[in-house]
Design a protein around this ligand. Structure first.
Ligand code: 9E2
Ligand code: ZN
Length: 259
């Protein structure tokens, strides 16, 4: 289990006060399946990504991110719980040192070994990501759980690129990738109002958590764990356990798109 005593060994990012004063919709949370409320008015989520909007992969010292050209509406999501269409800006992962934990969200208090976040912003109402980050309906993040199982061929192209971004602040060009290959075909999801899970922790995220996980194999999870929090030349610290502890649900209801 993960105890607060581990703060000392936690990455500086998570040693800071992990709750923000006055925060009422912080993420991540535990999703208690039986407490989630089926909402028949939730629409199917429509995902349309243009693989050529992919730009590069970089190690930002917290995770590795694949960033996209968000200057047009070529890679968007619409529907689901969303009032507008949202543009894909980047995706990244959170994972553990071992397979017993690593995800940010949990389902009935179960951790997955890793979690994918696809980060989108409301380009209908806001001029850019920076503005959208500050607004309650500014962002939409799709969360996908990773579980240990069969090798994921689509993920492998990403895994093959990781040695080139082993150190913090390294980047490589990555010019064609369709992240929809990382999203389960099952349409079922939970949704709730939350926040970014790393600073600035702004309460601007509509979370859409897919019910079904994707399967990846042990070698692929191990490849994530070969990355470093540290820059080239610094004393190496393996990039693992880059997840935020669970936050209180407070006055929120998690809705489900399925019975
Ligand atoms: C705050 C900000 C701005 Cl503004 C910009 N920018 O490029 O203009 N980039 N960032 C950083 C950012 O995106 N953080 C972020 C943190 C957590 C998550 S998570 N795990 O999905 O909740 C998603 C993103
Ligand atoms: Zn994330």
């Amino acid at each position: 289990s993960r105890k607060n005593t581990r703060n000392a060994s936690l990455h500086p990012l998570w040693q800071s006060p992990l709750t923000i004063p006055g925060g009422t919709r912080q993420s991540p949370i535990n999703i208690q399946w039986r407490d989630s409320v089926y909402d028949p008015f939730l629409k199917p989520l429509k995902i349309s990504y243009d693989p050529t909007t992919c730009l590069h992969i970089w190690n930002n010292g917290y995770s590795f991110l694949v960033e996209f050209d968000d200057s047009t509406d070529r890679s968007i999501i619409v529907g689901g719980p969303l009032e507008n269409q949202y543009r894909l800006k980047q995706f990244h992962f959170h994972w553990g040192a071992i397979n017993d934990w690593g995800s940010e969200h949990t389902v009935d208090s179960k951790f997955y070994p890793a979690e994918l976040h696809l980060v989108h912003w409301n380009a209908v109402e806001y001029p850019n990501f920076e503005e959208a980050v500050m607004e309650g309906n500014g962002l939409a993040v799709i969360g996908v759980f990773l579980k240990l199982g069969a090798r994921h061929e689509g993920l492998q192209t990403l895994v093959d690129a990781l040695p080139a971004v082993r150190h913090k602040d390294t980047v490589i060009e990555f010019d064609v990738f369709d992240p929809s290959c990382l999203i389960p075909s099952c349409p079922d999801y939970w949704t709730y109002a939350g926040s970014l899970t790393t600073p600035p922790l702004t309460e601007s995220v509509t979370w859409i958590i897919k019910k079904k996980p994707i399967e990846v194999d042990e070698d692929q999870l191990e490849a994530f764990r070969t990355l470093l929090f540290t820059s080239d030349g610094e004393e190496e610290r393996r990039m693992v356990d880059n997840f935020r502890p669970l936050q209180p649900l407070m006055n929120r209801t998690v809705r489900s798109s399925f019975h």
